[in-house]
Ligand binder design. Structure first.
Ligand SMILES: *Cc1c(COP(=O)(O)O)cnc(C)c1O
Length: 398
């Protein structure tokens, strides 16, 4: 069988990290690939395809309308643009300039995070001015009310493990207060499994990634009020052009959504839990590694295995373990965004049972080798982080 990675000189990665876009996001479902191939050679009216997509997204999310975009970040920018321009075509062509328009968009300070690029930048690309609400770990109702009083074109609410969840205003309350003032709420739910919750809460536009948990091609899915979604679609005559998705991306995203609707979620969960239980059993005896099942940070139905390292006994700092696993053959990617706290997570979502076993063997072998060599605690987290930054094409650290 032709192996595209080998043919192109690329190294395969066993992905125990989750749906990371830097690793290729997810496995695209066969049913999505089939629809993409089928539509690729055909001509059609793109407007009709967008209308059809809207109906499918509306049915599955419970919203009035929907729109498929290039990715979730694009959908965030286009939703902000819609809030600023409405259906004024001259204003749409003038973006990112927005002379004379209300363009202040409120975002809780703890939601101004980086998902690979800053949330605030996706908002500003629409010509908006970001108005941070409250402080990093405390946003009170009066912070929101004061900003609403001063005038906002929209509020962006981010639901994600990246955000600071202490002291944040819940989405329900944000929607209630904004609705009272007629200010739209845009919810970035890129990685959240909850597809019908936002419409029930009255969110004006909710946004998901098509290529994360849904297993679609690179795409963004927006669902919300007919008027807002219509104004988002109009942005394709303006800044949306640089974020364009084609017929194949739309068809693939719809197929992934429909597959999600049909999926036996209990069986998928049971499969993942069996992988996690396997890890907990297989790694239980490793010295200096405390293992525990870990529930998802934002309440998605995902359990991961948490590895908490005591470097003196384990022989390795968490970041060094992550680094060595990624350099191994096969390379194993683990979730390391909390590595500086000596914690790593193993995510079962993108793994076969055989890959999960390979990952466990690699972890054991790496820890044993480090204990034998006594070289696992030499580099600081800052040094490892610095070494990871690489200038594209030259490979030299930046
Ligand atoms: C992944 C992510 C994004 C970006 O999604 P893309 O579809 O890759 O553009 C935006 N916001 C949050 C919270 C995310 O997790």
């Amino acid at each position: 069988m032709d192996d595209i990675l080998a043919r192109r000189g690329l190294r395969a990665v066993i992905n125990a990290s989750g749906t990371m876009t830097a690793l290729g996001a997810s496995r695209i479902l066969p049913e999505a690939l089939a629809e993409m191939a089928a539509i690729s050679a055909r001509f059609l009216r793109m407007d009709e395809l967008h209308d059809h997509a809207s109906a499918v997204i509306a049915r599955i999310t419970g919203a009035e309308a929907g729109f498929v975009t290039g990715c979730a970040a694009a959908a965030l920018t286009l939703a902000c643009a819609a809030a600023i321009t409405g259906d004024d075509l001259a204003a749409i062509e003038a973006l990112p300039d927005a002379p004379g328009r209300a363009r202040r968009i409120g975002v809780q300070a703890g939601h101004l995070v980086n998902y690979g690029a800053p949330v605030g930048q996706a908002v500003r690309l629409a010509g908006a001015e970001v108005v941070p609400l409250g402080t990093a770990a405390l946003c009170e109702v009066w912070h929101l009310e004061a900003a609403l009083e001063a005038g906002l074109a929209a509020v962006v609410h981010v639901v994600s493990h990246h955000t600071v969840r202490e002291g944040e205003l819940p989405l329900r309350l944000v929607v209630e207060r904004c609705a009272a003032r007629g200010v739209p709420v845009i919810a970035d739910m890129a990685s959240e499994y909850d597809l019908d919750g936002p419409a029930r809460l009255g969110v004006d536009v909710a946004i998901w990634s098509g290529h994360k948990f849904l297993g679609g091609p690179t795409s963004g899915i927006a669902a919300g009020r007919r008027r807002m979604i219509g104004c988002m679609r109009l942005q394709n005559r303006g800044i949306g052009r640089t974020m364009k998705i084609g017929k194949e991306g739309i068809a693939g995203a719809l197929a992934a959504l429909e597959a999600w609707e049909r999926r036996d979620h209990a069986a998928a969960r049971a499969r993942e839990e069996a992988i996690v239980a396997g890890w907990l059993a297989a790694l239980a005896d490793l010295p200096g590694v405390a293992l525990a099942p870990h529930a998802d940070w934002t309440g998605n139905p995902i359990t991961r295995a948490e590895l908490c390292l005591d470097p003196a006994r384990a022989g390795l700092n968490a970041w060094e373990l992550a680094e060595r696993l990624m350099q191994g053959d096969p390379a194993v990617a683990v979730r390391d965004d909390l590595a500086e706290h000596q914690r790593l997570y193993l995510d079962p979502c993108n793994l076969t049972a055989a890959e999960a076993e390979t990952a466990a063997r690699a972890i054991r072998a790496t820890l044993e080798a480090a204990r034998a060599a006594g070289d696992g605690c030499r580099r600081s987290w800052a040094e490892v982080k610095a070494a990871r930054r690489r200038f594209p094409l030259s490979g030299a650290p930046t």
